[in-house]
Design a protein around this ligand. Structure first.
Ligand code: NAG
Ligand code: NAG
Ligand code: NAG
Ligand code: NAG
Ligand code: NAG
Ligand code: NAG
Ligand code: NAG
Ligand code: NAG
Ligand code: NAG
Length: 598
């Protein structure tokens, strides 16, 4: 099961003529509805080109009027979904009341947990003395002082992963400790919080107040994958600007994550007046007022500002990362930011931020990996389901393969075509072995566990029965697991999000990962696991003229709607020569992502 994200079709069009269609597709939230009608009526076919050139189509795209991406709560309450939820099925072993309790044994499963040589228990109170503190804390990324029982995964999850080859930089560590201080001092339930918020509320319509503390409220948009990548980007922005990040978590995200900040909370208090604040000045208006201004005064800046950084091309470019914007924003004590994007690459485009981020992340392609591992710790409830599933099915395998199959347009893509694509990719690149037609294979007792994350159970079932019926040419044993299959993506649904989170986390524990192009669900898994995934071609119809998958060059998420202009308004012609750490994404040539400079 996975999370829907409205994103663009990645491939370059075979003809510019189709740019318009492309853009409609790009933005369409209702991919399922719109895509099918577009592709039924066109002779279009896409060429998967990896690092293909040409942002031209994207430029002309600006002409097209595009559906605005719907805000949370407005689109997800369709009757179809209400129907669908009745059909949700759950596989045994997970989410069944009580049944998983019996599967936990008291054995040390050290030998079954991959490369690590530690004893693991699923006890909720036992600490893990075999690990040195430094490893437990991810080389200093995490701070000490937490009550371990309140968030078991914070200390235990390291046992399920290979140690990172690189440690976080001392500068990143000092920035994090500094941020934690600010958050403790200024976060909810502190005197500084009450005083600052009172002042902000009072002066809301009277110009930017000077407050002790400044805030950045993250608000959700789109599915859980989009939300997690945008939270990570928002947190980096908060650190760079000494703001306290608070997250507006509705019920759908309750009980998913632990608190990341010691002795404080990151959740925006329910009684905050900014939970449902309506009449807030927007970033766009601020820029317009600024353009109208004749003097250099900043008197008319507000105390609260709403910034929408979602992907929509119908608006003019936002120049958010530009010095002048940041110079204005600095004065505003409370920013409310809504984004479904990983906008970190744009921070690399600002000279000041660039300097800071480069010092924090000497390996540029580990930004999400580090921030994600810092922020997103599965709650005890989620962790019990993750660790039990892992120990029961995955731990004993010699190798784990994560396979995320996202079908963006189920109506126009026959299941067999998707299955062919998956097999063509995994067999060609020897991620999975061929089945042996002569059944003469020698015995090789190595076990590969394949964890399938998909909304549709057929993919796991097909793969499982294929390997059950026949031996493999290598003699390896292939086991196939699929923890859940929700059939449809659902929004604002707590149980659905919990399953998505568990699936993302479990596939991030693989040694090899196959994901679907453009899926932010896949981005989260590859980032947490620090894995360079094989990117499945994103099928939209029955076409087969393309390579089935390509290996990505970085585990960073792709920013789908990066700036197209320099801050002076000139178009960016050659990204790489201007911004050496940015590359066009392999799964979407208009997107940008971070890469190590070499
Ligand atoms: C975009 O608009 C301009 C001027 O309005 C027009 O010349 C151009 O052909 C349009 N491009 C597309 C792709 O429609
Ligand atoms: C969602 O649908 C239910 C049942 O159809 C309805 O009672 C509820 O008011 C709807 N909620 C929203 C936010 O539209
Ligand atoms: C588990 O059982 C309890 C009580 O029997 C029930 O209230 C709860 O909803 C169940 N949870 C699930 C996930 O089925
Ligand atoms: C583990 O289980 C075995 C029998 O199942 C029991 O004899 C042993 O005492 C248990 N060990 C611990 C540490 O609980
Ligand atoms: C790993 O476990 C084995 C068997 O318990 C032990 O002999 C060995 O010293 C351990 N290695 C490390 C690095 O702890
Ligand atoms: C966090 O709170 C605990 C308990 O109140 C306290 O002992 C500890 O010193 C606090 N840590 C920091 C860094 O403030
Ligand atoms: C900026 O000036 C234009 C033209 O004078 C006016 O129409 C617009 O409302 C002004 N915008 C703001 C935000 O003041
Ligand atoms: C089993 O096959 C795998 C893949 O071909 C190989 O890497 C491994 O060494 C083999 N193991 C044995 C025990 O032959
Ligand atoms: C998809 O293509 C295959 C082979 O070209 C063809 O046999 C099959 O009927 C097509 N399926 C659909 C639904 O168009």
């Amino acid at each position: 099961m996975e999370i829907f994200q409205a994103t663009a079709d990645k491939m370059r069009m075979s003809s510019k003529r189709f740019a318009t269609l492309f853009v409609v597709f790009f933005i369409s939230f209702s991919v399922f509805l719109i895509v099918s009608s577009i592709y039924r009526n066109s002779s279009y076919y896409a060429i998967f080109e990896g690092l293909s050139k040409g942002r031209e189509a994207g430029e002309s795209a600006q002409n097209v009027t595009i559906n605005r991406f719907p805000l949370e709560g407005t689109v997800h309450n369709t009757s179809e979904e209400n129907l669908v939820s009745e059909h949700v099925k759950v596989l045994p072993g997970i989410f069944q009341n009580g049944s998983e309790e019996t599967t936990t044994t008291n054995n040390s499963i050290a030998s079954r947990v991959g490369p690590k040589n530690v004893s693991l228990t699923s006890s909720t109170t036992e600490s893990t003395p075999d690990l040195e503190d430094k490893d437990k804390l991810l080389g200093g990324l995490l701070t000490t002082g937490f009550d371990e029982a309140s968030c078991i995964s914070r200390m235990q999850s390291q046992l399920y992963r290979k140690a990172s080859p690189h440690k976080p930089s001392p500068y990143l560590i000092s920035k994090l400790r500094n941020y934690e201080d600010i958050h403790r001092r200024c976060g909810p339930n502190s005197r500084a919080y009450d005083r600052s918020m009172r002042k902000i509320v009072r002066s809301k319509n009277k110009g930017a107040a000077a407050t002790l503390c400044k805030y950045l409220i993250w608000t959700p948009a789109n599915g859980l994958g989009n939300q997690m990548i945008s939270m990570a980007a928002t947190f980096l922005y908060a650190m760079l600007t000494d703001r306290v990040m608070l997250v507006k978590f509705d019920k759908d995200k309750q009980g998913l994550f632990c608190e990341p900040f010691l002795n404080s909370t990151w959740v925006l208090p329910e009684k905050s007046p900014f939970w449902n604040e309506k009449h807030i000045e927007t970033y766009q208006t601020m820029l317009e007022k600024d353009r109208n201004r004749t003097s250099n005064s900043k008197d008319d800046l507000p105390s609260v500002l709403f910034i929408n950084l979602q992907h929509t091309l119908s608006e003019p470019e936002k120049f958010f990362h530009c010095d002048h914007s940041q110079y204005l924003l600095r004065e505003v004590p409370l920013l409310i930011l809504q984004s479904d994007q990983y906008f970190v690459p744009s921070l690399f485009m600002n000279p000041f931020f660039n300097q800071e981020v480069t010092k924090m992340f000497p390996e540029k392609d580990t930004v999400f990996h580090r921030l994600g591992r810092y922020l997103f710790h599965p709650s005890n409830e989620a962790w019990k389901l993750i660790s039990d599933y892992y120990q029961e099915h995955l731990a004993k395998a010699d190798k784990r393969i994560g396979l995320q199959i996202r079908v963006f347009s189920p109506v126009s893509t026959p299941q067999q075509t998707v299955m062919d694509l998956v097999l063509s990719c995994t067999l060609k690149h020897k991620i999975l072995p061929q089945v042996d037609l002569q059944t003469s294979a020698g015995k090789n007792h190595s076990v590969k566990a394949v964890l399938v994350a998909s909304l549709h159970r057929e993919y796991g079932d097909n793969l499982r029965s294929m390997y059950l019926k026949k031996a493999t040419v290598s003699g390896e044993v292939i086991e196939v697991y699929q923890p859940s299959h929700e059939e449809h993506q659902k929004f604002n649904d707590n149980k659905h999000n919990l399953k998505a989170w568990i699936d993302m986390y479990l596939i991030s524990l693989s040694e090899e990962l196959v994901t679907t192009s453009l899926s932010t669900f896949g981005y989260v898994a590859q980032g947490l696991g620090n894995l360079k995934p094989w990117l499945l071609y994103r099928l939209v119809n029955n076409d087969t003229h393309f390579p089935s998958c390509e290996r990505d060059f970085s585990s960073e998420p792709c920013y789908h709607v990066p700036p197209k202009h320099y801050c002076n308004g000139k178009p960016i012609k050659d990204v790489v020569s201007s911004f050496p750490y940015l590359r066009e994404c392999k799964d979407y040539c208009y997107g940008l992502k971070l890469v190590n400079s070499t």
